[in-house]
Design a protein around this ligand. Sequence first.
Ligand SMILES: C[S@@+](CC[C@H](N)C(=O)[O-])C[C@H]1O[C@@H](n2cnc3c(N)ncnc32)[C@H](O)[C@@H]1O
Length: 388
Amino acid sequence: MMAQKSSLFEADRKCADQDSIGAASQTSASSSSSSSLKRQWDGDEEDHSPSKKQATEESLHSQKVATHYNKLQERGLAERNKSRIVHMRNFNNWLKSVLIADILDKVRRRRREVTVLDLGCGKGGDLLKWKKGHIDKLVCADIAAVSIEQCQQRYNDMRRRGHPNDRTFSAEFITADCSKELLSDKLQDPELRFDVCSCQFVCHYSFESEQQADTMLRNACERLQPGGFFIGTTPDAYELVKRLEVSDSNSFGNEVFRVTFQKKADYPLFGCQYDFSLEGVVNVPEFLVYFPLFEEMAKKYNMRLVYKKTFKEFFEEKVKDEKNKVLMQWMQALEQYPPDERGQLASDSLGEYDHAKRVAARRPVGTLSKSEWEATSIYLVYVFEKMA
Ligand SMILES: C[S@@+](CC[C@H](N)C(=O)[O-])C[C@H]1O[C@@H](n2cnc3c(N)ncnc32)[C@H](O)[C@@H]1O
């Protein structure tokens, strides 16, 4: 127990350090909020044992998640390009591409055949990344049956369109609530082992209860090979609470996103719900993921944290590599400031490009508007490795 506590203090200190580095949000750290989260983790918190009411709420929430994502329309490229947040979406996509390519490079040094689990795959937004990474087998799982159908369709289209000499990976598609059901019961080959599990923008839905978060982690990690990786992206509880604490209401945001908590100053480790809306559309409720707790829970599945970085830190490190910079331009992950004669900025609101104006005096720079940057800098990237 002592060892467990000291490692948490470590993790806490690292998080606190990051607060001062991650300056993009223009907010100041609130030590009371972070210590309140940590206090709860240290044990002086209410009982988490499930009650009947809680179980009903959890099941309602799962239905809400599935219904929400099932209803989401697949938007064509032209439509997506018109969005106010097109560059932020491209930026997030670039970040996932770099993360996935890096991890596949590492795995390939040790293994010839690579098998991947895409947990919470959605409509298959990462299929091309797996194809470019030359993997051999992919298992896609999601709670939303319609998303899984569309993902499978996209995979079939990708195979059909590919060059006859192109070897596309084989794939399996599973509809499951991965915070409640075990994927191992649904796999075609119950002995299958994964080299990578990728969980992009998903884990925060499972932190409604300890049981759900544990089942999600179990699905992500229990079938990983020793030396295999669990990678993902999730909102940073510190960043969310920090911004909430300096706001004068239960909410904070800007012209592209808004986060609304039910109350302030009380942040339970599980079930701490908030609403996230993007471009005015309210998403399904999400739950805070307190990262030191996430890290501790992953140890149960023999997982060691390799790194956790804010999107800002990850971007600043990876963009130094020329191939990532080229990919960034190709994916249009940043917009040009000032725009060329045919171009138009994503926002014409006052102050959205002041940060770019300061550095663009001599030549155009690539940037995101202030509002998009504030939205994307809420997130974290993490990489865990399965111990032998
Ligand atoms: C924000 S989307 C991300 C989709 C995809 N990973 C990506 O990066 O494009 C979140 C996805 O998580 C899925 N999801 C949420 N809760 C889940 C659960 N309990 N089990 C499986 N999938 C879940 C949703 O259906 C949705 O497809």
